[in-house]
Ligand binder design. Sequence first.
Ligand code: AMP
Length: 218
Amino acid sequence: MKLILLGPPGAGKGTQAAKIAERYSLAHISTGDMLRAEIASETPLGLRAKALIDEGELVPDEIIIGMVRNRISQDDCVNGFLLDGFPRTIPQAEQLLTFSEIDRAVLISVPDELIIDRMQKRRVCPSCKRTYSVDPDAASSFSCEDCGTELIIRDDDKPETVAHRLAVYAEQTFPLVEFFRERGLLTEVDGSGSVDGVAESIFAELSAAEAPVEDALF
Ligand code: AMP
């Protein structure tokens, strides 16, 4: 199965992507994680990407498209993959469809108020990358349950950057909803519930989409 996960920043794409990838044995491809790995290794691409990411801007299409094209040609993608954070623009989607087929684009919809609330609570472990939702009023610092490292706020989760990321999403990424709907590939799921509840809705939608027509009717 070849899937795309769409949704605004803070919709829970990363969390749901990990669950979907595990359930269907798909390679989980997060372009955000790939870029953060480039930044950590201080590659030329990483240095260029960091400035853009910290401002809440998108990395240029040609860089991202090349990265994804290369990644999905690797062996672990033969049985399918899940794209998390790609495509984010119409040109990225158009290019993607020239070098891969796609079975479904799953949109996780979440209202703006909830996104802002979630992003204020998001903390990540800089060491093992586990993501947490914390109550900022409860304590001023939090530690990773797995490795004990102090959790941090991602630079691009700072309030001023979040507002800009939401504007970039509305302008450049949201048009993809119509793009995939027109091609009969869109599945929409309400992302405002619990992590497990949202995952169950996604699994149900994916099995319904996969079922033969007779099963779907009777
Ligand atoms: P994410 O972890 O998916 O929220 O991505 C973090 C940041 O990486 C985004 O805000 C963008 O700056 C950059 N990025 C990730 N994926 C893409 C993409 N497909 N196109 C352009 N920029 C991207």
